[in-house]
Write a protein that binds this ligand. Structure first.
Ligand SMILES: [Fe+2]
Ligand SMILES: [Fe+2]
Length: 252
């Protein structure tokens, strides 16, 4: 069962954390959440950078450049929020090292390290921009931590455009490559995209919900993502690949 939310939206400022006016466990949970958010933005930026270097379709260059600039800005915004409470980028990234091996980081790592070609770029956008939009729009926009809510608001507008880019590219890819190729690429990415939301019912998420750092558990967001994606795909005549139920999800 979801815990009672103890902090209202935007009720905690950096100073409250710095001066120890909030529960030390609130600060610890906040730092872990911000570190994960910052790293996801940074890896997405790296992915767009790699995509730009290998870009074959010149028509896409302006939009990929724009997305790269914006993802870098998103990462910088969240790292700045961490800096305000005394956590450097190096410290934040170091703390995330064990989490990088978790299924929830497979999609951003894959984009940053080995996604290749136009279809992979599209799948990365469907896996990271569309999921990011949901996480930020639903979970972080009303965070009890005011600086995170403010950063989310700034990120949200740009993520909505990235998401529209992904939607447009999806339709174009179906025209160019056919339903079968797009469906196959999707099968390769979908489990990682859904796992990006993280495991449901964890102690960490329980604390995030209790402290008002998140509004919903990860499985609710994952379900919302799948239903949105399913609707979008059905317009294009593609069936949503079936996944196993529990986290980490795999192809069924
Ligand atoms: Fe972003
Ligand atoms: Fe994005």
């Amino acid at each position: 069962m979801a815990p009672r939310r103890e902090f209202t939206p935007r009720s905690v400022e950096a100073e409250d954390v710095r001066l120890g006016r909030v529960d030390p466990h609130y600060a610890k949970t906040l730092i872990r959440l911000l570190a994960a958010h910052a790293l996801a933005e940074k890896l997405t930026a790296l992915g767009y950078q790699r995509a730009l270097e290998a870009l074959a379709d010149e028509a896409l260059r302006p939009v990929v450049e724009k997305n790269l600039r914006e993802e870098r800005r998103h990462a910088a915004l969240v790292y700045r929020a961490l800096g305000e409470i005394g956590v450097s980028q190096t410290e934040a990234d170091r703390a995330m090292m064990p989490a990088l091996k978790a299924p929830s980081f497979e999609a951003p790592l894959r984009f940053a390290r080995r996604a290749a070609g136009a279809l992979d770029l599209l799948m990365a956008s469907l896996s990271l921009d569309m999921t990011g939009l949901i996480m930020i729009g639903i979970n972080y926009k009303d965070s009890s931590y005011a600086p995170h809510a403010q950063a989310a608001e700034r990120i949200l507008e740009e993520e909505a455009e990235h998401e529209m880019f992904g939607a447009g590219e999806l339709a174009r890819a179906v025209e160019r490559c056919g339903c079968e190729a797009v469906g196959e690429a999707l099968r390769g990415w979908l489990p990682a995209a859904v796992n990006f939301f993280g495991p449901p019912g964890s102690g960490f998420t329980y604390d995030c919900l209790r402290f008002g750092l998140k509004a919903r558990d990860n499985d609710e967001l994952a379900e919302l993502y799948l239903s949105m994606l399913e609707r979008r795909l059905s317009h294009l005549g593609i069936e949503l690949p079936k996944l196993t139920r529990g986290y980490p999800h795999a192809l069924a």
